[in-house]
Design a protein around this ligand. Sequence first.
Ligand code: NAD
Ligand code: 6OD
Length: 486
Amino acid sequence: MKEIKHFINGECVGSDSGKTFEDRNPANNQLIATVHEGGQVEVDRAVAAARAALEGEWGLMPMAKRLDLVNKVAEGINARFDEFVEAECLDTGKPRALAAHVDIPRGAANFSFFADHVKNVATESFFTETLDSTGAINYGVRKPRGVIAVVSPWNLPLLLMTWKVGPALACGNTVVVKPSEETPHTAALLGEVMNDVGIPKGVYNVVHGFGPASAGEYLTRHPGVDGITFTGESRTGSVIMKAAAEGIRPVSLELGGKNPSIVFADADMDKVIEGCMRSVFINCGQVCFNTERVYVERPVFDEFLSRLKSAVEALKPGLWNADGSTMGPLISHEHRNKVLSYYKKAVDQGATVVTGGGIPKMPGDLADGAWIEPTIWTGLPENAAVVREEVFGPCCHVQPFDHEADVVRMANDTPYGLGASVWTENLSRAHRMGQQLDVGMLWVNSWFLRDLRTSFGGNKQSGVGREGGVHGLEFYSELRNVCINF
Ligand code: NAD
Ligand code: 6OD
């Protein structure tokens, strides 16, 4: 049986307590690894190693050499591409095509992009007039924030973890990562890559475990941590924000969503169906900005629904490496129970189930997996549970609308504000939506089209702060003003 250990100070180490937990493949519930569970001892060691690296070789390293090493991490991931793909697919059950086109290449790009990016970011400079007329000059200097705690989720494990580790290292910080207990594999593999390419010991550390009363809580409460970057549920974000208040540590929070897609009657319906199939069902509906509410202008409502239904019924659930499989399972049985409870609430509250609503019949040992049917509902009021609350499964409610102002009101009537997509060929309307929808990211005639130079984050309960491009530097570095009096 494979054993996954912590990665502390450049070495794979087991837990002092001897405590372990199971890593199971959600496609068939088979045990794939035993994982060491970290406690206070391992977190203390990882934070101490990160501090020593910051004050030692890494902190003293010239920027050019540091960024060259960060770039080499990207090369190192790409050199072991198939291994990363397989590890991600076994942990999550997602189809190979998804891991090979999104998770792993983006995981690598998160290092190469930020290694190039930070070189080109200017700081401000002002000439200041003084009373004696000699003048002074002010200029900004960016310094690493210090030891960064990275707490990440299971839905896009390598991508979302490196989205934080890449800029953190490029800015000169050191990190302690607490990956999701569901998906420990790729964070462990990345430790091997760090050693292979020559990242100094202690720069990248990983402690496995759970959240409360485990590695996640010990790490986020640790006084040796200078900043916490977290992706996960809004409820967890609130707990982490409280932990960060002790010691006044800054947080960057990427949290949940209840994202709308708005389809106007003038949209190109082929593009709409292709786009909504991705935005609702990709990764079995487990992407933070997945669409869970679709609003369709009444003249095209019936056409949209019947075409979306046909496309959904053509999805092929199957093992990650099976030919033609286009859909994986949910991450776990526990998560499936949560999603099924929402499927039940939808029916109890009067939904029409257009398709799905249950558990599919899967062959052989796949019957033991966390499979679920992709589901579409109509007919619910806007206050129904599946229209208000984040389900994080392959499902959406489809609602007709008549007026632009009505759909903007419904789209914004949520405690979340992460992402939205709008489908229209009317340019003026697209710009109006850009002004009116209360979200951090709006896609027009697309979804999840990413440019890493742009800001990424959510409004309201969907997050605090922005990462991406220069915006991430506000979290991963401290800006110092130097004032020189002539
Ligand atoms: P989660 O909040 O349950 O867990 C995320 C991580 O936090 C895990 O590593 C977990 O072990 C850890 N954790 C849990 N409780 C903790 C605590 N008290 N202290 C410290 N650490 C703790 O989230 P999840 O179920 O892994 O991920 C799904 C959620 O993440 C969804 O709500 C989704 O919308 C959100 N998400 C948001 C984004 C974004 O960019 N906004 C991206 C991906 C996922
Ligand atoms: O693409 C990204 O950079 C990113 N952070 C994606 C987040 C997806 C959420 O599940």
